[in-house]
Design a protein around this ligand. Structure first.
Ligand SMILES: [Zn+2]
Length: 106
């Protein structure tokens, strides 16, 4: 899935999916594909250059099974998208919330 949508404030969200090659990863043979795995948030550095260091993995049974210690986000609403808690970029320090399909600076 490559659908992306504008959140405002220069932020664009792109959904990610999880669909491993099970011939190469037989440990995942019993797990289903996850179409809505998470989002990547494209956003600018203060100087305007692009930063893609911000991403959220949605909470769900598959991620809990394969990576129990990974931080996950609760999807309070999918359309419009509302996630909790907030997202903090590891690249540029950008911090904010996705609420009602919009970026809300923290
Ligand atoms: Zn960033």
């Amino acid at each position: 899935m490559s659908e992306s949508f504008d959140l405002g404030h220069g932020h664009t969200a792109s959904f990610t999916s999880w669909a491993p090659d099970r011939e190469l990863n037989p440990q995942y043979a019993d797990l289903p594909d996850v179409n809505l795995w998470g989002v990547v948030i494209d956003h600018p550095w203060p100087d305007g250059s692009p930063c893609i260091g911000s991403a959220a993995t949605f909470d769900g049974p598959v991620v809990r099974q394969i990576d129990p210690t990974r931080p996950v986000w609760t999807v309070e609403s999918l359309d419009p998208l509302t996630l909790s808690p907030s997202l903090l970029c590891r690249g540029c320090g950008d911090h904010g919330f996705i609420r009602g399909g919009r970026w809300v600076p923290a």
